[in-house]
Design a protein around this ligand. Structure first.
Ligand code: 5AD
Ligand code: FES
Length: 364
């Protein structure tokens, strides 16, 4: 069925409500996941390095104009300590994520990346927003393996509305993602599901973009309204009732399952936002409907509640050790096992990062 998924099929699935038919979609996605990326669940330790942000995203609690939020920035030593914890837990990757924070300078980040690589040998993923090409290149040369930047929605008008540009210049995240791919990073992107104004037609287009851009990682999470943001109120304009996609758990599962069918060997996280809207077993259900990655939080507990991109985040008071034990139990419960090694994307048996080393990219 995968090869023959037409736009009509995709739209049919996105709008499907029949439980028995949806069960077929879950099974197909789960089988495709098992065949192409196996039962290993790759664990990426998430370090939320800074909650400072110069941008004004309408959806995100870290937006610069949210004056109610206490801001923090981790020291290099704190980041290193969290990376050591990732190593001790057996995770293959650390993800350094932050708001768009210019105080995380090109040189500072490059130095931290080098220290993490030298001390732990872990794969390093960066998720630091829309940064200059020079910084992105320097970080790649310092040893960063992967970069994450969601395009959030392929509807350009909606994106511009929810994500005001810098100095009046609209962001072109898809163009930036092409550059990031060109620098030899394994490249991750993704969307939020159910943003006010987001239509079924635009989600269909998002799925096409996933397929056409050949991303290595794709994350899909529900939009969770934050009361201290412009998109968090009740009065926000939405698309026509039959066009607006809901920010529901079900809608996220459908998009995840279809993404697995369209991009069979992609690495796909079961996101923290999904675990937040269904704390009982959202993460597990995501792993059974296409996902093969989880990102346990390694941010020091006092900072965690301050990294409030959306409210009531899961695991906000749990230590890294608690999450580690909890996740292991959860994986075993659904017959899966933690992956070993960096867990990069394999395309027809070849690891991506190995196929495109920095050295061949420098001259490009
Ligand atoms: N609800 C859900 N996801 C959000 N993100 C940011 N704000 C929210 C929110 N209110 C997601 C965006 C961003 C990622 C780091 O977190 O997709 O790319
Ligand atoms: Fe954090 Fe379960 S994953 S407590």
């Amino acid at each position: 069925m995968r090869g023959s998924l037409t736009d009509d099929d995709l739209m049919g699935w996105l709008r499907e409500t029949d439980a028995a038919r949806l069960a077929q979609l879950w099974t197909l996605a789960d089988e495709t996941r098992r065949t192409h990326v196996g039962d290993d669940v790759h664990l990426r330790g998430l370090i939320e390095v800074s909650n400072h942000c110069t941008r004004q995203c309408g959806y995100c609690g870290l937006r610069g104009e949210n004056r109610g939020l206490t801001r923090y920035r981790m020291s290099a030593d704190e980041v290193l300590e969290a990376a050591r914890q990732a190593y001790a837990c057996g995770y293959g990757t650390v993800v350094m994520q932050a708001g768009e924070d210019p105080a995380l300078t090109g040189a500072w980040v490059a130095d931290v990346v080098m220290r993490i690589k030298r001390e732990t040998g872990l794969a390093v993923t960066l998720s630091l927003g829309e940064r200059d090409r020079d910084d992105l290149r320097a970080w790649r040369e310092a040893g960063a393996d992967r970069y994450l930047l969601r395009f959030e929605t392929s509807d350009r008008k909606l994106f511009q509305f929810i994500h005001p540009g810098r100095r009046g210049q609209p962001s072109d995240r898809l163009a930036l993602l092409r550059e990031i791919q060109g620098l030899g990073y394994e490249t991750g992107s993704g969307i939020m599901m159910g943003v006010p104004g987001q239509t079924y037609a635009s989600v269909l287009e998002d799925l096409r973009v996933f397929r056409d851009y050949d991303f290595d990682m794709i994350g899909i999470g529900p939009f969770i309204p934050h009361p201290d943001t412009p998109l968090g109120g009740r009065e926000v304009p939405r698309a026509a009732a039959d066009e607006q996609v809901p920010n529901s758990e079900l809608m996220v599962y459908k998009a995840m399952a279809l993404t697995r069918l369209l991009c069979p060997d992609v690495n796909m996280p079961s996101t923290s936002a999904l675990a937040t809207i269904n704390r009982r077993d959202g993460r597990e259900q995501g792993l059974q409907r296409g996902a093969n990655v989880v990102m346990p939080n390694l941010t020091p507990v006092p900072y965690r509640r301050l990294y409030a991109i959306y409210p009531d985040k899961a695991c906000i008071n749990e230590s890294a050790t608690t999450c580690h034990g909890c996740l292991n139990r959860r994986l075993l419960n659904i017959g899966r096992r933690p992956g070993r090694g960096p867990g990069g994307r394999h395309v027809r048996g070849v690891e991506r990062g190995v196929r495109r080393p920095v050295a061949t990219v420098r001259g490009a």
